[in-house]
Design a protein around this ligand. Sequence first.
Ligand SMILES: Cc1ncc(COP(=O)(O)O)c(C=O)c1O
Length: 352
Amino acid sequence: MKIDLFSDTNFGPTLEMRKAMYRAEVGNEVAGEDPTVNRLIERVCHLLGKEAGVFMPSGTMSNGVAYRVWCDRAGDRIFFDQYAHAANLVSGLPSGLVNATPINIKCTKGIFNTKQLELAIGNQKGYNIPRKRLVSIEQTTNLGGGAVWPLSILCAIYQVAKNHGMFVHIDGARLFNAVVFSKIPAREFCCYADSVLVDFSKGLGAPMGAVLCGSKDFIENAWYYKFQQGGTMHQVGILAAACIYALDNNIERLVDDHENAQLLAMSLDKHANIKINPEDVQTNIVIFQLYDTTCTAYQLVNYLIKNDIRLLALNEKKVRAIIHQGINKNDINIVSATIRYFLDKYNSSEYV
Ligand SMILES: Cc1ncc(COP(=O)(O)O)c(C=O)c1O
């Protein structure tokens, strides 16, 4: 695929990152003896302001393990935004793996407020009501279009969670996109969470790997479930080296992805059949709607595939594009021009 905007996981590792992997010192991760893994964990804990951390194969396993630690009674409720990745796109993870009850909160851009959270919590009491246990927040939101949770809302949500005796987990698959957009240090976001993961396989360009952080006690429990879910690794410093390389080289460059996403949004906004507000595009994800046309998102995406461009149709009318390191301004111009050309051609009846 020439221009792949399906996911920011569809890039890398670069030659320089591979060289860092080649040079990595390794040891047995599961025994805590991999020096590169240990160095990565130390760096991430410092950045996030957390006491302890553990290297994980993926963001999904980090979410699964964190939910399992917090939700230690079958049926415990986890509160998500209605489109949260972990609740909707990973094989029924909360109920299938954790035995938890996912509660989806309707909201815009994947960000809910305290009123919406309180409403979802409700005030039912009794032995038959599952425990309210965890609030899971995506920073940034994936299907919410890469929106960044403002610090003030995070702080307020954290207070509500605490008032109800609940924990807060941040799924920071794209936490550094939020950091770069807001210029707020990661640790400021993370002080409103009891556990947080950062993922290196998205815009940071590593082939895999995530770090899950929290208190020492939380991480001790996380190790138990990491074992149980098959997440222990050996001689894995080669992957941790890719993540350290990403921390050193790929955070600031996320600005380029955000600029390219903005460029795409502004260019698409000019077309009469596309609904998008460029101001809603804060980071590297662009979601637009087809409007006032019978053309469906599936037809558009199929046409793009034939032209070596890959986007994702989210439903009949909604399309998502995710920008990453492998995409430049010229690619953005080609994508935008191809989309506009197809819509014009479609509307002039050639496809009806
Ligand atoms: C918000 C969010 N969380 C978690 C994940 C899962 O990450 P991984 O692919 O590392 O399992 C994704 C993947 O796209 C995501 O978008």
